[in-house]
Ligand binder design. Structure first.
Ligand code: ARG
Length: 469
Protein backbone atom coordinates (compact mmCIF):
# COMPACT_ATOMS: atom_id res chain seq x y z
CA UNK A 1 0.00 0.00 0.00
CA UNK A 2 1.27 3.39 -0.84
CA UNK A 3 0.47 6.40 1.22
CA UNK A 4 -1.49 9.08 -0.59
CA UNK A 5 0.77 12.03 -1.29
CA UNK A 6 0.46 14.71 1.38
CA UNK A 7 -1.41 17.67 0.05
CA UNK A 8 0.79 20.69 0.30
CA UNK A 9 -1.12 23.94 0.30
CA UNK A 10 0.27 27.41 -0.05
CA UNK A 11 1.87 29.22 2.89
CA UNK A 12 0.11 32.09 4.62
CA UNK A 13 -0.36 35.15 2.47
CA UNK A 14 0.07 37.33 5.55
CA UNK A 15 3.42 36.07 6.83
CA UNK A 16 4.42 33.12 4.64
CA UNK A 17 7.23 34.79 2.67
CA UNK A 18 9.90 32.47 4.03
CA UNK A 19 7.71 29.36 4.12
CA UNK A 20 7.15 26.63 1.55
CA UNK A 21 3.98 25.14 2.98
CA UNK A 22 0.89 25.99 4.98
CA UNK A 23 0.55 25.02 8.65
CA UNK A 24 -0.84 21.60 9.53
CA UNK A 25 -4.55 21.59 10.27
CA UNK A 26 -3.86 21.01 13.94
CA UNK A 27 -1.33 23.85 13.97
CA UNK A 28 -3.93 26.13 12.49
CA UNK A 29 -6.42 25.01 15.08
CA UNK A 30 -4.21 25.65 18.10
CA UNK A 31 -2.87 28.89 16.67
CA UNK A 32 -6.03 30.62 15.52
CA UNK A 33 -7.81 33.07 17.80
CA UNK A 34 -10.43 34.34 15.37
CA UNK A 35 -13.17 32.25 17.03
CA UNK A 36 -13.00 34.59 20.02
CA UNK A 37 -10.99 37.67 19.07
CA UNK A 38 -13.56 38.63 16.44
CA UNK A 39 -15.06 40.41 19.43
CA UNK A 40 -12.23 42.93 19.02
CA UNK A 41 -13.35 43.86 15.49
CA UNK A 42 -14.67 47.34 16.25
CA UNK A 43 -11.63 48.21 18.36
CA UNK A 44 -9.28 46.81 15.73
CA UNK A 45 -10.81 48.96 13.01
CA UNK A 46 -10.86 52.07 15.21
CA UNK A 47 -7.16 51.59 16.04
CA UNK A 48 -6.31 50.99 12.38
CA UNK A 49 -8.11 54.17 11.35
CA UNK A 50 -6.21 56.18 13.96
CA UNK A 51 -2.94 54.62 12.81
CA UNK A 52 -3.72 55.32 9.16
CA UNK A 53 -4.63 58.97 9.79
CA UNK A 54 -1.33 59.38 11.63
CA UNK A 55 0.66 57.73 8.81
CA UNK A 56 -0.87 60.24 6.39
CA UNK A 57 -0.20 63.24 8.59
CA UNK A 58 3.38 62.16 9.09
CA UNK A 59 3.71 61.67 5.30
CA UNK A 60 4.60 58.01 5.76
CA UNK A 61 1.86 57.11 3.30
CA UNK A 62 0.11 59.36 0.80
CA UNK A 63 -3.24 61.00 1.29
CA UNK A 64 -4.73 58.95 -1.55
CA UNK A 65 -3.50 55.72 -0.01
CA UNK A 66 -4.77 56.81 3.38
CA UNK A 67 -8.21 57.71 2.07
CA UNK A 68 -8.54 54.41 0.29
CA UNK A 69 -7.60 52.60 3.49
CA UNK A 70 -10.01 54.62 5.65
CA UNK A 71 -12.90 54.08 3.26
CA UNK A 72 -12.08 50.39 2.98
CA UNK A 73 -11.93 50.00 6.76
CA UNK A 74 -15.38 51.55 7.06
CA UNK A 75 -16.70 49.06 4.56
CA UNK A 76 -15.16 46.20 6.50
CA UNK A 77 -16.76 47.58 9.65
CA UNK A 78 -20.18 47.67 8.02
CA UNK A 79 -19.75 44.13 6.72
CA UNK A 80 -18.92 42.93 10.21
CA UNK A 81 -21.80 44.86 11.81
CA UNK A 82 -24.29 43.43 9.36
CA UNK A 83 -23.04 39.87 9.85
CA UNK A 84 -21.98 39.55 6.20
CA UNK A 85 -18.27 39.27 7.01
CA UNK A 86 -16.72 35.84 6.56
CA UNK A 87 -14.23 35.18 9.36
CA UNK A 88 -11.54 32.79 8.17
CA UNK A 89 -9.61 30.56 10.51
CA UNK A 90 -6.69 30.26 8.10
CA UNK A 91 -6.22 34.00 8.62
CA UNK A 92 -5.64 33.31 12.33
CA UNK A 93 -6.94 36.38 14.05
CA UNK A 94 -9.03 39.51 13.79
CA UNK A 95 -6.10 41.66 12.72
CA UNK A 96 -5.29 39.58 9.66
CA UNK A 97 -8.93 38.95 8.83
CA UNK A 98 -9.59 42.68 8.68
CA UNK A 99 -6.43 43.44 6.74
CA UNK A 100 -6.98 40.64 4.27
CA UNK A 101 -10.53 41.75 3.54
CA UNK A 102 -9.27 45.32 3.20
CA UNK A 103 -6.90 44.09 0.52
CA UNK A 104 -9.74 42.35 -1.32
CA UNK A 105 -11.69 45.60 -1.22
CA UNK A 106 -9.05 48.21 -2.07
CA UNK A 107 -6.14 46.30 -3.52
CA UNK A 108 -2.42 46.69 -2.79
CA UNK A 109 -2.75 50.01 -0.89
CA UNK A 110 -4.05 47.87 1.98
CA UNK A 111 -0.52 46.61 2.45
CA UNK A 112 0.59 50.09 3.56
CA UNK A 113 -1.55 50.02 6.69
CA UNK A 114 0.82 47.73 8.55
CA UNK A 115 3.71 50.20 8.18
CA UNK A 116 5.29 51.07 11.53
CA UNK A 117 3.17 48.70 13.58
CA UNK A 118 2.99 45.07 14.53
CA UNK A 119 0.22 42.77 15.64
CA UNK A 120 1.87 42.99 19.05
CA UNK A 121 1.11 46.66 19.65
CA UNK A 122 -2.10 46.26 17.68
CA UNK A 123 -3.55 43.52 19.87
CA UNK A 124 -2.52 45.27 23.08
CA UNK A 125 -4.26 48.44 21.88
CA UNK A 126 -7.44 46.67 20.74
CA UNK A 127 -7.68 44.71 23.95
CA UNK A 128 -7.21 47.77 26.13
CA UNK A 129 -9.97 49.52 24.21
CA UNK A 130 -12.23 46.51 24.74
CA UNK A 131 -11.52 46.29 28.47
CA UNK A 132 -12.11 50.04 28.80
CA UNK A 133 -15.58 49.64 27.26
CA UNK A 134 -16.28 46.63 29.45
CA UNK A 135 -15.38 48.65 32.54
CA UNK A 136 -17.81 51.39 31.53
CA UNK A 137 -20.56 48.83 30.93
CA UNK A 138 -19.95 47.07 34.23
CA UNK A 139 -19.84 50.37 36.07
CA UNK A 140 -23.31 51.15 34.73
CA UNK A 141 -24.48 47.69 35.80
CA UNK A 142 -23.15 48.16 39.33
CA UNK A 143 -24.75 51.57 39.52
CA UNK A 144 -28.09 50.02 38.48
CA UNK A 145 -27.83 47.51 41.28
CA UNK A 146 -26.87 50.21 43.76
CA UNK A 147 -29.99 52.14 42.73
CA UNK A 148 -32.24 49.18 43.54
CA UNK A 149 -30.49 48.63 46.87
CA UNK A 150 -30.80 52.29 47.83
CA UNK A 151 -34.50 52.43 46.87
CA UNK A 152 -35.18 49.34 48.96
CA UNK A 153 -33.12 50.72 51.83
CA UNK A 154 -35.24 53.86 51.83
CA UNK A 155 -38.44 51.82 51.85
CA UNK A 156 -37.14 49.60 54.66
CA UNK A 157 -35.20 52.06 56.80
CA UNK A 158 -37.21 50.95 59.84
CA UNK A 159 -37.92 47.31 58.95
CA UNK A 160 -36.37 45.36 61.80
CA UNK A 161 -34.51 42.12 61.18
CA UNK A 162 -31.91 40.17 63.09
CA UNK A 163 -28.31 41.05 62.42
CA UNK A 164 -26.03 38.03 62.53
CA UNK A 165 -22.52 37.17 63.48
CA UNK A 166 -21.47 33.53 63.03
CA UNK A 167 -24.95 33.25 61.45
CA UNK A 168 -26.27 33.41 65.04
CA UNK A 169 -28.78 36.15 65.85
CA UNK A 170 -26.61 38.94 67.26
CA UNK A 171 -28.39 42.29 67.47
CA UNK A 172 -31.46 43.72 65.80
CA UNK A 173 -30.75 45.82 62.73
CA UNK A 174 -32.86 47.18 59.90
CA UNK A 175 -33.17 45.63 56.47
CA UNK A 176 -32.35 49.03 54.99
CA UNK A 177 -29.09 49.18 56.91
CA UNK A 178 -28.17 45.69 55.75
CA UNK A 179 -28.78 46.60 52.09
CA UNK A 180 -26.71 49.76 52.39
CA UNK A 181 -23.76 47.61 53.46
CA UNK A 182 -23.81 46.18 49.92
CA UNK A 183 -24.05 49.66 48.43
CA UNK A 184 -20.72 50.46 50.13
CA UNK A 185 -19.11 47.25 48.88
CA UNK A 186 -20.27 47.96 45.35
CA UNK A 187 -19.02 51.54 45.67
CA UNK A 188 -15.53 50.22 46.38
CA UNK A 189 -15.83 47.89 43.38
CA UNK A 190 -16.62 50.87 41.19
CA UNK A 191 -13.61 52.66 42.62
CA UNK A 192 -11.38 49.72 41.80
CA UNK A 193 -12.68 49.56 38.22
CA UNK A 194 -12.13 53.30 37.88
CA UNK A 195 -8.53 52.90 39.09
CA UNK A 196 -7.99 50.07 36.63
CA UNK A 197 -9.41 52.20 33.84
CA UNK A 198 -7.17 55.14 34.71
CA UNK A 199 -4.04 52.99 34.82
CA UNK A 200 -4.79 51.09 31.62
CA UNK A 201 -5.39 54.24 29.65
CA UNK A 202 -1.93 54.47 28.06
CA UNK A 203 -1.69 53.63 24.38
CA UNK A 204 0.60 50.79 23.24
CA UNK A 205 0.26 51.66 19.54
CA UNK A 206 3.58 52.57 17.95
CA UNK A 207 5.60 50.22 20.14
CA UNK A 208 5.54 48.00 17.03
CA UNK A 209 6.91 44.49 17.62
CA UNK A 210 8.74 45.52 20.82
CA UNK A 211 11.49 47.99 20.00
CA UNK A 212 9.66 50.89 18.42
CA UNK A 213 10.10 51.88 14.78
CA UNK A 214 12.38 53.91 12.55
CA UNK A 215 9.42 55.63 10.87
CA UNK A 216 8.69 59.17 12.09
CA UNK A 217 5.39 58.25 13.76
CA UNK A 218 3.41 60.46 16.14
CA UNK A 219 2.31 58.30 19.03
CA UNK A 220 0.67 61.17 20.87
CA UNK A 221 -1.66 61.64 17.92
CA UNK A 222 -2.90 58.04 17.83
CA UNK A 223 -3.17 57.92 21.61
CA UNK A 224 -5.36 61.02 21.59
CA UNK A 225 -7.52 59.83 18.71
CA UNK A 226 -8.32 56.65 20.64
CA UNK A 227 -9.13 58.42 23.89
CA UNK A 228 -5.98 57.40 25.73
CA UNK A 229 -4.30 59.82 28.10
CA UNK A 230 -1.03 59.40 26.19
CA UNK A 231 1.36 56.78 24.74
CA UNK A 232 2.78 54.03 26.95
CA UNK A 233 6.31 55.07 27.86
CA UNK A 234 8.31 51.93 27.11
CA UNK A 235 7.85 49.95 23.91
CA UNK A 236 8.79 46.63 25.50
CA UNK A 237 6.38 47.14 28.37
CA UNK A 238 3.70 48.35 25.98
CA UNK A 239 3.51 45.02 24.14
CA UNK A 240 4.17 42.69 27.05
CA UNK A 241 1.95 44.30 29.66
CA UNK A 242 -1.28 42.55 30.55
CA UNK A 243 -1.64 44.15 33.98
CA UNK A 244 -4.81 45.83 32.82
CA UNK A 245 -6.43 42.48 32.11
CA UNK A 246 -5.18 41.06 35.41
CA UNK A 247 -6.42 44.08 37.31
CA UNK A 248 -9.73 43.86 35.56
CA UNK A 249 -10.06 40.21 36.53
CA UNK A 250 -8.89 40.84 40.09
CA UNK A 251 -11.43 43.59 40.48
CA UNK A 252 -14.06 41.45 38.78
CA UNK A 253 -13.29 38.66 41.26
CA UNK A 254 -13.87 40.89 44.27
CA UNK A 255 -17.12 42.13 42.77
CA UNK A 256 -18.14 38.54 42.06
CA UNK A 257 -17.45 37.65 45.69
CA UNK A 258 -19.67 40.52 46.83
CA UNK A 259 -22.45 39.42 44.52
CA UNK A 260 -22.02 35.87 45.70
CA UNK A 261 -22.37 36.87 49.35
CA UNK A 262 -25.56 38.76 48.58
CA UNK A 263 -26.80 35.82 46.54
CA UNK A 264 -26.13 33.48 49.45
CA UNK A 265 -28.15 35.74 51.75
CA UNK A 266 -31.03 35.72 49.29
CA UNK A 267 -30.94 31.93 49.20
CA UNK A 268 -31.00 31.80 53.00
CA UNK A 269 -33.69 34.44 53.35
CA UNK A 270 -35.95 32.66 50.85
CA UNK A 271 -35.74 29.39 52.76
CA UNK A 272 -38.68 28.12 54.80
CA UNK A 273 -36.46 28.41 57.88
CA UNK A 274 -35.80 32.13 57.47
CA UNK A 275 -38.81 33.23 55.42
CA UNK A 276 -37.61 36.84 55.23
CA UNK A 277 -37.93 37.25 51.50
CA UNK A 278 -40.13 36.05 48.69
CA UNK A 279 -38.83 36.33 45.15
CA UNK A 280 -41.28 37.13 42.38
CA UNK A 281 -42.44 34.39 40.02
CA UNK A 282 -40.35 36.08 37.35
CA UNK A 283 -37.19 35.29 39.33
CA UNK A 284 -38.12 31.87 40.68
CA UNK A 285 -38.18 28.39 39.22
CA UNK A 286 -40.26 25.35 40.14
CA UNK A 287 -39.37 21.73 40.57
CA UNK A 288 -40.41 19.13 38.00
CA UNK A 289 -41.27 16.65 40.75
CA UNK A 290 -42.14 18.68 43.86
CA UNK A 291 -45.04 20.98 43.02
CA UNK A 292 -44.68 23.06 46.19
CA UNK A 293 -41.12 24.22 45.42
CA UNK A 294 -40.01 27.76 44.64
CA UNK A 295 -36.31 27.75 43.98
CA UNK A 296 -34.05 30.82 43.98
CA UNK A 297 -32.04 29.53 41.00
CA UNK A 298 -30.86 32.93 39.83
CA UNK A 299 -29.32 33.65 43.24
CA UNK A 300 -27.72 30.22 43.31
CA UNK A 301 -26.24 30.79 39.88
CA UNK A 302 -24.86 34.21 40.80
CA UNK A 303 -23.31 32.54 43.84
CA UNK A 304 -21.74 29.86 41.65
CA UNK A 305 -20.54 32.15 38.88
CA UNK A 306 -18.06 33.72 41.28
CA UNK A 307 -16.09 30.51 40.78
CA UNK A 308 -15.93 31.10 37.08
CA UNK A 309 -14.72 34.67 37.43
CA UNK A 310 -12.10 33.82 40.03
CA UNK A 311 -11.06 30.96 37.75
CA UNK A 312 -10.54 33.45 34.92
CA UNK A 313 -8.29 35.58 37.12
CA UNK A 314 -6.25 32.55 38.14
CA UNK A 315 -6.00 31.32 34.55
CA UNK A 316 -4.47 34.56 33.30
CA UNK A 317 -2.19 35.02 36.31
CA UNK A 318 -0.77 31.58 35.69
CA UNK A 319 -0.47 32.15 31.94
CA UNK A 320 1.52 35.34 32.51
CA UNK A 321 3.71 34.04 35.29
CA UNK A 322 7.24 33.34 34.09
CA UNK A 323 6.78 34.85 30.61
CA UNK A 324 9.96 36.53 29.43
CA UNK A 325 9.61 39.96 27.81
CA UNK A 326 8.24 40.95 25.42
CA UNK A 327 5.34 39.29 23.57
CA UNK A 328 4.74 35.54 23.72
CA UNK A 329 1.90 33.69 22.05
CA UNK A 330 0.87 32.59 25.53
CA UNK A 331 -0.64 36.04 25.74
CA UNK A 332 -3.28 35.17 23.18
CA UNK A 333 -4.84 33.23 26.08
CA UNK A 334 -5.64 36.55 27.78
CA UNK A 335 -8.87 37.18 25.91
CA UNK A 336 -11.29 34.37 26.66
CA UNK A 337 -11.09 34.69 30.47
CA UNK A 338 -11.66 38.44 30.23
CA UNK A 339 -14.56 38.12 27.77
CA UNK A 340 -16.16 35.43 29.89
CA UNK A 341 -15.75 37.32 33.16
CA UNK A 342 -17.18 40.51 31.65
CA UNK A 343 -20.18 38.70 30.12
CA UNK A 344 -20.79 36.86 33.35
CA UNK A 345 -20.73 40.06 35.39
CA UNK A 346 -23.12 41.85 33.03
CA UNK A 347 -25.55 38.98 33.48
CA UNK A 348 -25.12 38.65 37.26
CA UNK A 349 -25.56 42.36 37.88
CA UNK A 350 -28.76 42.48 35.84
CA UNK A 351 -30.12 39.33 37.50
CA UNK A 352 -29.37 40.66 40.98
CA UNK A 353 -31.03 43.99 40.29
CA UNK A 354 -34.10 42.26 38.86
CA UNK A 355 -34.37 39.82 41.75
CA UNK A 356 -34.09 42.45 44.47
CA UNK A 357 -36.37 44.92 42.75
CA UNK A 358 -39.23 42.41 42.71
CA UNK A 359 -38.57 40.64 46.01
CA UNK A 360 -41.18 40.99 48.72
CA UNK A 361 -40.06 41.36 52.31
CA UNK A 362 -41.90 39.53 55.10
CA UNK A 363 -41.51 42.17 57.79
CA UNK A 364 -43.42 40.04 60.32
CA UNK A 365 -41.05 37.10 59.99
CA UNK A 366 -38.06 39.41 60.15
CA UNK A 367 -39.31 41.10 63.30
CA UNK A 368 -40.12 37.80 65.00
CA UNK A 369 -36.66 36.48 64.19
CA UNK A 370 -35.09 39.71 65.43
CA UNK A 371 -36.77 39.27 68.80
CA UNK A 372 -35.81 35.61 69.21
CA UNK A 373 -32.43 34.62 70.56
CA UNK A 374 -32.04 37.43 73.15
CA UNK A 375 -30.74 39.90 70.61
CA UNK A 376 -31.30 42.83 72.97
CA UNK A 377 -28.94 41.45 75.61
CA UNK A 378 -26.32 44.03 74.64
CA UNK A 379 -28.91 46.77 75.17
CA UNK A 380 -29.60 45.41 78.63
CA UNK A 381 -25.90 45.40 79.44
CA UNK A 382 -25.55 48.93 78.10
CA UNK A 383 -28.50 49.98 80.28
CA UNK A 384 -26.79 48.56 83.37
CA UNK A 385 -23.73 50.60 82.49
CA UNK A 386 -25.68 53.78 81.82
CA UNK A 387 -28.32 53.64 84.56
CA UNK A 388 -26.42 51.89 87.33
CA UNK A 389 -22.89 52.98 86.54
CA UNK A 390 -21.61 49.40 86.31
CA UNK A 391 -18.35 48.66 84.48
CA UNK A 392 -19.24 47.00 81.15
CA UNK A 393 -17.57 43.70 82.07
CA UNK A 394 -19.74 43.39 85.21
CA UNK A 395 -22.82 44.37 83.24
CA UNK A 396 -21.94 41.67 80.72
CA UNK A 397 -21.81 39.04 83.48
CA UNK A 398 -25.09 40.15 85.06
CA UNK A 399 -26.80 40.18 81.67
CA UNK A 400 -25.48 36.68 81.02
CA UNK A 401 -27.15 35.51 84.21
CA UNK A 402 -30.40 37.24 83.25
CA UNK A 403 -30.37 35.60 79.81
CA UNK A 404 -29.74 32.23 81.39
CA UNK A 405 -32.69 32.76 83.73
CA UNK A 406 -34.95 33.81 80.84
CA UNK A 407 -33.81 30.79 78.87
CA UNK A 408 -34.66 28.47 81.76
CA UNK A 409 -38.15 29.93 81.89
CA UNK A 410 -38.40 29.94 78.08
CA UNK A 411 -39.25 33.62 78.10
CA UNK A 412 -37.97 36.55 76.06
CA UNK A 413 -36.02 39.10 78.09
CA UNK A 414 -38.82 41.68 78.13
CA UNK A 415 -41.22 39.04 79.57
CA UNK A 416 -38.93 37.86 82.36
CA UNK A 417 -40.44 40.36 84.82
CA UNK A 418 -38.92 42.89 87.13
CA UNK A 419 -39.11 40.74 90.26
CA UNK A 420 -37.23 37.93 88.56
CA UNK A 421 -34.61 40.33 87.29
CA UNK A 422 -34.10 41.93 90.67
CA UNK A 423 -33.22 38.55 92.14
CA UNK A 424 -30.07 38.81 90.06
CA UNK A 425 -29.49 42.57 90.22
CA UNK A 426 -31.63 44.34 92.86
CA UNK A 427 -30.95 47.84 91.50
CA UNK A 428 -32.76 47.20 88.21
CA UNK A 429 -35.82 49.47 87.75
CA UNK A 430 -38.76 49.28 85.36
CA UNK A 431 -36.97 51.79 83.18
CA UNK A 432 -35.04 48.79 81.84
CA UNK A 433 -38.10 47.71 79.87
CA UNK A 434 -37.58 50.66 77.54
CA UNK A 435 -34.47 49.03 76.02
CA UNK A 436 -35.60 45.43 75.80
CA UNK A 437 -37.77 45.66 72.67
CA UNK A 438 -36.21 45.40 69.24
CA UNK A 439 -37.57 48.75 68.05
CA UNK A 440 -35.96 50.58 70.92
CA UNK A 441 -32.76 48.67 70.43
CA UNK A 442 -32.61 49.69 66.80
CA UNK A 443 -33.65 53.26 67.47
CA UNK A 444 -30.88 53.69 70.02
CA UNK A 445 -28.06 52.81 67.57
CA UNK A 446 -27.51 56.40 66.50
CA UNK A 447 -23.71 56.40 66.39
CA UNK A 448 -22.25 57.31 63.02
CA UNK A 449 -22.75 54.42 60.58
CA UNK A 450 -25.20 52.75 62.99
CA UNK A 451 -28.53 51.08 62.24
CA UNK A 452 -31.03 53.57 63.75
CA UNK A 453 -33.80 54.21 61.16
CA UNK A 454 -33.05 57.95 61.20
CA UNK A 455 -29.42 57.15 60.38
CA UNK A 456 -30.42 54.76 57.63
CA UNK A 457 -32.61 57.40 55.99
CA UNK A 458 -29.76 59.87 56.13
CA UNK A 459 -27.25 57.29 54.87
CA UNK A 460 -29.52 56.35 51.97
CA UNK A 461 -29.69 59.98 50.95
CA UNK A 462 -25.92 60.33 51.20
CA UNK A 463 -25.28 57.20 49.11
CA UNK A 464 -27.78 58.43 46.54
CA UNK A 465 -25.79 61.64 46.18
CA UNK A 466 -22.48 59.84 46.20
CA UNK A 467 -23.19 56.96 43.84
CA UNK A 468 -26.21 57.82 41.73
CA UNK A 469 -25.46 61.48 41.01
N1 ARG B 1 -3.73 36.87 17.86
C1 ARG B 1 -2.59 37.35 18.55
C2 ARG B 1 -2.90 37.54 20.04
O1 ARG B 1 -4.02 37.59 20.37
C3 ARG B 1 -2.16 38.65 17.96
C4 ARG B 1 -0.72 38.96 18.17
C5 ARG B 1 0.12 38.02 17.37
N2 ARG B 1 1.50 38.39 17.43
C6 ARG B 1 2.47 37.61 16.98
N3 ARG B 1 3.70 38.03 17.09
N4 ARG B 1 2.22 36.41 16.50
O2 ARG B 1 -2.03 37.65 20.87
Amino acid sequence: MTKPPRKVSAPSAMWGGRFDAAPAAIMEEINASIAFDQRLAQQDIAASKAHCAMLVRQRIITKAQGNAILKGLDRVRREIESGRFLFRRDLEDIHMNVESRLKELIGPAAGRLHTARSRNDQVATDFKLWVRDAIDRIDAGIKGLQRVLIEKAEAHAATVMPGFTHLQPAQPITYGHHLLAYVEMLGRDRGRFADCRRRLNECPLGAAALAGTSFPIDRAMTAKALGFSGPAANSIDAVSDRDFALEFLGTASILAVHLSRLAEEIVLWCSEQFGFLKLSDAFTTGSSIMPQKRNPDAAELVRAKAGRIIGAAVALLVAMKGLPLAYGKDMQEDKEPVFDAADTLDLCLAAMAGMLKDARVDAGRMRAAASAGYTTATDLADWLVGALGMPFRDAHRVTGALVRQAERKRLPLDKLGLAEMRKIEPRITKDVLSVLGVDNAVKSRTSAGGTAPANVRRAAKATRRRYLG
